[in-house]
Design a protein around this ligand. Structure first.
Ligand code: ADP
Ligand code: MG
Length: 417
């Protein structure tokens, strides 16, 4: 509310929407007047008007008749546009997202709602929107007579407020209540917005009563949504709650490979490995990184190497950096050479295990701030001279054996802080 001035015996206040004007007039007018008379006894009334309405009379706002509004709404599909890439076929399935994927598929294929609602949640960039679009695509392709509507909670709220403003919530309600599958993305957005939540709740119940499918996404589980009414939280948890976990290395690698195939670009597996190891935040960032490298290679016309990758992505890589531990080094090196992690602490001296162990010691020296005795202790209680010997040996081999040097470099880059 903005105080505009006092004219005669009346206070003028402006607000941005008609809805607010009506609300203030009906709920607070008396209180405003009585508070004003305490400050200035000459004040007799308060006038609230909508900013931007030139006319003194606010009803000059181009008001749409309910019928006209219904018509425009019918023309403008309430569903947001769908991204053509967000299909089930383009979704790479791995441990972290297999439940969410299977549930989304089931919903897309089912004749009657198998679980209501399907509630998907995860951190950003892990595939919630992708799966929701995929459901809508699938339904549009296989059962075009069904109405599948996808929209963000933000847009839902916007449309609701607009309907209130035009005093036509009937059309608003109708358009949602004739939907077969309603998908609302990022509902955390309407947490704390009470009137929208209320309307959402009614729409939700009406659809569920008619056995229509609802799919919801959020950044948290229903219980953890702050600013959400208790009855709403419990309603949201009634169906199937499926969370998408942070990506694993395997999933990231798979996504990169699929994406490189899609772009029809040959990227050395070593680069994909490197990216999958380093960019762990989320899939959106991973895709962004790949796009950047591809764009760079295209523009500069040079093959993609580890060096250019590191150069081009230095900012992203730094953001994804974390402190590496000796345990991680041991694990990564063991994986790389396909030996058991326990060989890092064992006393076996066979070259097949001794060499990787030496490399791990070398990397521990290079990449952590640990002293030689500390490193020795972490490798099955070895003496610091053993570690020193390992470091020298690895340096020597790096200088003489190209293949070896590359292996160590790759490992170092993957682990590097
Ligand atoms: P969210 O809605 O959870 O924030 P999005 O669905 O927008 O995440 O996903 C971000 C990007 O990552 C999109 O381009 C999406 O296609 C892609 N993506 C996420 N998960 C996968 C996956 N499993 N397979 C392929 N692409 C994925
Ligand atoms: Mg999203």
């Amino acid at each position: 509310m903005t105080f505009v001035g006092v004219e005669g015996r009346r206070v003028r206040i402006s607000v941005p929407t008609r809805f607010m004007r009506d609300w203030i007039e009906s709920q607070y007018a008396e209180r405003l007047v009585s508070l004003w008379t305490l400050e200035a006894s000459s004040v007799e009334g308060v006038d609230v008007f909508v900013t931007g309405d030139e006319a003194e009379d606010n009803d000059a706002l181009p008001a749409a008749s309910p019928a006209a509004l219904r018509e425009t709404e019918a023309q403008n599909n309430i569903s947001a546009p769908l991204d053509p890439r967000f299909t089930f076929e383009n979704f790479i399935v791995g441990k972290p997202n297999e439940l969410a994927f299977a549930a989304a598929r089931r919903v897309a294929e089912a004749e009657t709602a198998p679980y209501n609602p399907l509630f998907l949640y995860s951190g950003v960039g892990l595939g919630k929107t992708h799966l929701m679009h995929a459901i809508a695509w699938h339904i549009r392709q296989t059962r075009p007579e069904k109405r599948a509507v996808y929209l963000s909670a933000e847009k839902f709220m916007y449309q609701f407020i607009r309907a209130l403003r035009f005093r036509d919530t009937v059309a608003f309600k109708e358009q949602f209540r004739s939907v077969d599958v309603l998908m609302i993305d990022d509902v955390q957005f309407i947490a704390g917005k009470d009137s929208t939540q209320e309307e959402f709740f009614h729409t939700f119940n009406a659809l569920v009563d008619q056995n229509r499918q609802i799919v919801i996404s959020a950044d948290k589980s229903p219980n953890d949504l702050e600013g959400m009414e208790e009855r709403m939280k419990s309603r949201l948890g009634w169906g199937l709650v499926a969370d998408i976990h942070p990506t694993t290395y395997e999933l990231r690698y798979g996504i990169l490979q699929a994406k490189a195939d899609e772009l029809k670009i040959d990227i050395p597996p070593k680069i994909l490995e490197f990216l999958a190891h380093k960019i762990t935040s989320n899939v959106r960032e991973l895709e962004g990184a790949l796009n950047r490298i591809v764009a760079y290679a295209n523009l500069v016309g040079r093959p993609i190497t580890l060096e250019t990758t590191q150069d081009v992505l230095h900012d992203v890589l730094r953001a994804n950096d974390r402190k590496v531990t000796i345990e991680e080094i041991q694990k990564r090196v063991a994986e790389h050479f396909n030996i058991r992690l326990s060989e890092m602490y064992s006393s076996r001296r066979a070259r097949a295990v001794a060499r990787p162990r030496q490399i791990a010691m070398y990397l521990a020296k290079q990449l952590t701030a640990r002293s030689l005795p500390e490193i020795g202790r972490k490798f099955g209680g070895r003496d610091h001279t053993t570690v020193m010997h390992a470091v020298r040996k690895v340096e020597e081999l790096k200088a003489t054996d190209n293949g070896f040097s590359e292996d160590v470099e790759l490992l170092r880059r993957m682990l590097e802080v």
